[in-house]
Design a protein around this ligand. Structure first.
Ligand SMILES: Cc1cc2nc3c(=O)[nH]c(=O)nc-3n(C[C@H](O)[C@H](O)[C@H](O)COP(=O)(O)OP(=O)(O)OC[C@H]3O[C@@H](n4cnc5c(N)ncnc54)[C@H](O)[C@@H]3O)c2cc1C
Length: 398
């Protein structure tokens, strides 16, 4: 085991991936999680080739194959007529083109597998009920303070404490937030009651004026993960647990195609999440402390890359510490330098994607069809997605 003692705050997908990668390199790692129980939201997650490549490298290939569903591709559908166009081939095509598969998973399933893998490396790695309330650092190390008055000394600290990161605000001051004007509806829908016109094998991307919907199969296609994004100014709470009503959701998608109505009709509890935009910051590392995952680069979810970026971060930080661990502050700066241009680009392009999928002109069917044919033309799709999916966190220069 390396003598470097590393604290990770936050046992979400980012913190767990980083901890697993570091444990596999022989570091002494402890994860401090505020919750008393390890739980993830009931929701789906798309893990593209850039994320699965890392999970395979960490030995989790068999796990993701067991829990994941492989969409054969994605289609774009028009809000009123339901007409569909091919968007992208995934399945075998992802493997052939990007060298790794594309999986849709239930978040809790991936979270559980990461927890199991971390505990396999170190059974007591995860400390629950450990809410970080602050920190101090000097040349020799970091003292982490917890809400119950305890403290812990480590050689360095990785803050993977999510979108509302307390450590980000301690290091860099209050966030500059901007409400995006969008709200996401989320739900898992049992597939059995849905008409055959809703694909069990492909993901779909419905576009319309003022709203769009993404759905894709998870848990062996027994469930469809539904995300409906609407332009609404009246909801500003960013949370995995706030609920709304099916009636409210139905009103937001009034006039949309019958397939959309079937999905909504079969939802029991719709959850609401306000989409807040945070301008990317240009520094993550201060001395022996750095940020990772949403704490470093929270993003609007329009490219489905938030968790993928957190997974990439985990691999890159482990590589940086393996190579430059003799000088922890340098290792953290190298990690930041290797990652920040890519994550900033993802955050900006995700925001830009809103205009493409929410264009008011989509109210007119003829205009909408021309828009889809232009924007989802094969070469344009390649330009938008190849650089994302082809990224290799194991070889990116440090
Ligand atoms: C609607 C929606 C759909 C999405 N779909 C996708 C998708 O398909 N693909 C994709 O890649 N991404 C997607 N994302 C983004 C993805 O969910 C996030 O980017 C990802 O979960 C970030 O992981 P994380 O580990 O950085 O943070 P989190 O998952 O938020 O984990 C943070 C952890 O830190 C803990 N914590 C917080 N504060 C403290 C503290 N003070 N002390 C101790 N512990 C603390 C929390 O309890 C939590 O366990 C989506 C997001 C949304 C909103």
């Amino acid at each position: 085991m390396s003598s470097l003692k590393i604290g990770v705050v936050g046992a979400g997908l980012g913190g767990l991936t980083a901890a697993l990668a570091l444990l596999k390199e022989g570091f002494d790692v402890e994860i401090f999680e505020q919750s008393e129980n390890l739980r993830e939201a009931g929701a789906g997650l798309q893990i593209a080739a850039n994320g699965t490549r890392v999970l395979y490298e960490l030995g989790m290939g068999p796990d993701i194959e067991r829990i994941g569903t492989t969409p054969t591709g994605k289609e774009v559908r028009l809000w009123n007529t339901g007409k569909s166009w091919k968007f992208i081939d995934l399945g075998d095509a992802s493997l052939a083109k990007y060298g790794a598969p594309y999986y849709a998973v239930h978040r809790a399933d991936l979270h559980n597998e990461l927890i199991r893998a971390v505990r396999q490396e170190r059974p007591d790695a995860i400390r629950l009920g450990a809410k970080c309330s602050g920190l101090e650092q000097d040349e020799a190390g970091v003292t982490i303070r917890f809400a119950d008055g305890r403290t812990r000394k480590t050689d360095l600290l990785i803050a993977a404490d999510g979108i509302h990161s307390r450590i980000r605000q301690t290091l860099f001051g209050p966030d500059k937030v901007k409400f995006s004007g969008f709200m996401a509806w989320r739900a898992l829908v049992p597939t059995a009651n849905l008409p055959a016109s809703i694909s069990r094998t492909d993901g779909a991307f419905w576009i319309g004026p003022g709203a769009h919907i993404v759905h894709y199969p998870v848990r062996g296609s027994q469930l469809i993960n539904f995300i409906g994004i609407v332009e609404r100014e009246d909801w500003t709470v960013e949370s995995w647990t706030e609920t709304g009503t099916v009636e409210e959701l139905r009103q937001d998608f009034a006039g949309w195609h019958d397939d959309v109505q079937s999905l909504i009709q079969n939802i029991q509890t719709p959850y609401k999440w306000a989409l807040i935009f945070r301008e990317p910051i240009s520094q993550w590392s201060v001395g022996r402390v750095t940020l990772l995952g949403d704490a470093a680069h929270s993003t609007l979810p329009f490219l489905a890359q938030g968790a993928n970026m957190a997974i990439e971060d985990g691999m890159v930080i482990a590589r940086a510490l393996k190579e430059y661990g003799g000088s922890p502050a340098e290792a953290l700066l190298r990690y930041q330098a290797a990652r920040i241009a890519r994550t900033t680009r993802v955050v900006h392009l995700s925001a830009e994607q809103a205009g493409r999928v929410h264009n008011p002109a989509l109210a007119d069917t003829a205009v909408a069809e021309a828009h889809v044919e232009r924007e989802w033309e094969k070469n344009r799709v390649s330009d938008r997605y190849d650089w994302l999916y082809a990224y290799n966190a194991m070889t990116v220069p440090l």
